[in-house]
Design a protein around this ligand. Structure first.
Ligand SMILES: Cc1cc2nc3c(=O)[nH]c(=O)nc-3n(C[C@H](O)[C@H](O)[C@H](O)COP(=O)(O)OP(=O)(O)OC[C@H]3O[C@@H](n4cnc5c(N)ncnc54)[C@H](O)[C@@H]3O)c2cc1C
Length: 392
């Protein structure tokens, strides 16, 4: 162990000796862990961290194994996207107000980015925020907002200047999901569940203290969120042969009557691909430890989506009719995406969204082509046209 590792292990053990989660209860335990700087060790002191190297997080997690854990499904947007954006662009006051309940899960977050007509081309979005004294008044419609029905806060991009080109007239806000004028309506998905929503914003008043970054700088702030989103979706390294791979190999081992030569070959190929993807995710995490995520995260998210769809497809083929029988079609407001806990039919249907959410595979290929491989950029005729003059 390095000196840094020894120190952090001692710190974690000392904390655990003085805090019994059974006696304190989950929330109080998590709050105390945050206050001790053992939440995300690379964050600054006072904000859940110790300003320590990011790589030490894994060491801390090992020490806290078996103690109350974060609900990473419900907290995914807060932890993966809102927290790094708040850390980079938030004022001291915003960081102190939002990060602790975000980390403990006492306040959940959603992401109000996509709109009808502004998905892949997010910079065309039309939701307006107009300054009125110390407030902003927001009007517009967002769509595909995962978890909006549970969220206390949202990260949101809105148009504050329609007279300048589309990327320049945007501003980034924290939206109060309990504010008057916020209406959340469920959208039912191919799985039958309503994991996401339409969100209508009508005359929503947000104080200027909820603005993140400078007026007109929303695109730059949003880039930080999107880069982190791709890593959050695609860059979480699992166990070797684990996750969806474990489910299909288990069926293969225990149900010899289902095996075919062709499926055997495909399963071997998928196993290799899963391992390559897993190792690439490990490398991406290591790169991340040295700085902020770059465009490489797009390649990772692409690989993750491809693999998940190939695995869930092979599993349904292996199980034949049994694989197609859907486990539960009731309309539900699900709060997490549980690939492993549900049946093969759910996995197959839900995996379709993997190549859309967090940026479609087509767009991510363009990012990899232009920003990783340095190939010539696609023509962008509307780059310098004021947003109000764009055809919509
Ligand atoms: C499960 C799920 C959860 C989501 N959660 C959220 C959320 O919480 N918050 C949020 O803000 N959004 C969320 N989204 C929205 C998601 O980010 C968008 O759906 C996505 O960015 C695509 O935008 P779009 O649906 O408008 O499709 P479009 O942009 O209309 O694209 C349609 C098709 O055209 C292709 N295309 C578009 N432009 C180009 C181009 N220049 N070159 C090549 N092909 C192109 C696309 O790749 C796609 O295949 C979620 C989506 C899903 C499926």
């Amino acid at each position: 162990m390095t000196a840094d590792e020894t120190t952090i292990v001692e710190r974690a053990r000392e904390f655990l000796a003085g805090h019994d989660p059974d006696a304190m209860g989950r929330e109080a335990f998590l709050r105390a862990r945050y206050d001790a700087g053992l939440a995300w060790v690379h964050f600054p002191p006072g904000l859940g961290g110790l300003g320590a190297p990011r790589g030490l997080q894994a060491v801390v997690e090992r020490e806290f194994d078996g103690t109350p854990q974060l609900d990473v499904g419900r907290q995914a947007i807060g932890l993966g996207m809102a927290a790094p954006t708040l850390l980079t662009f938030g004022t001291e006051e915003q960081k102190r107000r939002f990060l602790r309940p975000l980390w403990t899960g006492e306040e959940l977050w959603c992401q109000l980015f996509s709109e009808p007509g502004a998905g892949s081309d997010l910079a065309t979005l039309a939701t307006r925020a107009v300054r009125d004294g110390d407030d902003w008044v927001v009007d517009g419609q967002k769509v595909w907002t995962s978890g909006a029905h549970m969220a206390r806060w949202a990260i949101m991009v809105a148009r504050t200047d329609p007279d300048v080109p589309k990327h320049q007239g945007l501003t980034y806000f924290v939206c109060d999901m309990h504010a008057s004028g916020v209406e959340v309506r469920p959208l039912r998905q191919i799985t039958g569940e309503a994991e996401f929503n339409e969100v209508f914003l009508t005359g929503v008043r947000l104080p200027d203290t909820l603005r993140l970054g400078a007026v007109g700088e929303g695109w730059r702030v949003a880039q930080t969120t999107l880069m982190n989103e791709r890593v959050a979706i695609g860059g979480t390294p699992g166990r070797r042969g684990g996750g969806m791979m474990a489910l299909i190999t288990e069926t293969w081992r225990t149900r010899p009557e289902l095996r075919t030569h062709d499926l055997h070959r495909r399963l071997l190929e998928l196993w290799v691909e899963a391992e390559v993807t897993r190792l690439a995710a490990v490398r991406l995490r290591e790169q991340l430890a040295a700085g902020t995520p770059g465009p490489e995260g797009s390649g990772m998210k692409l690989a993750f989506a491809r693999l998940n769809q190939a695995l869930s497809g092979a599993e349904v083929e292996l199980l034949r009719e049994e694989g197609l029988a859907y486990d539960d079609w009731t309309f539900r407001r699900s709060d997490t995406v549980d690939f492993v806990g549900r049946g093969p039919g759910y996995r197959y249907l839900r995996a379709k969204g993997n190549s859309i959410e967090g940026g479609t595979s087509e767009i991510l290929r363009t990012i990899v082509a232009e920003r990783v491989l340095g190939l010539p950029a696609e023509p962008r005729a509307d780059k310098d046209v004021p947003w109000k003059d764009l055809p919509r």
